[in-house]
Design a protein around this ligand. Structure first.
Ligand SMILES: [Zn+2]
Length: 99
């Protein structure tokens, strides 16, 4: 059943065309998209130019991974009011989401 559904609605993989500006397009992500839909042009998180990578076999695991990446992306953390403390070389912690 799932196999048939996958044939009808394929999964496409995207990644940043040149310089990734967020975790989503740096790692790349898979998206389930009808074949009739035009290819995505921009990263959903940072709007940087992305390209579709042809020939990646569709899997459910990567869709789950995409959700995890999205959930923990700096953009999403910032949007939901989280802090992301990263230890600096001097031993202090700095909230890297603060601009
Ligand atoms: Zn991005």
């Amino acid at each position: 059943m799932l196999k048939i559904w996958r044939l009808v609605v394929p999964t496409y993989r995207y990644r940043a065309q040149q310089d990734a500006r967020c975790q989503t397009c740096e790692v790349g992500f898979d998206i389930v998209q009808p074949m009739s839909d035009p290819a995505l042009k921009q990263c959903p998180d940072c709007q940087t130019a992305i390209i579709r990578i042809v020939g990646t076999p569709p899997t459910c695991v990567t869709t789950q991974r995409w959700n995890e990446i999205r959930l923990l992306s700096d953009m999403n953390l910032r949007k939901n009011g989280f802090k992301k403390l990263v230890k600096q070389s001097n031993g202090n912690y700095v909230d890297v989401l603060r601009k």
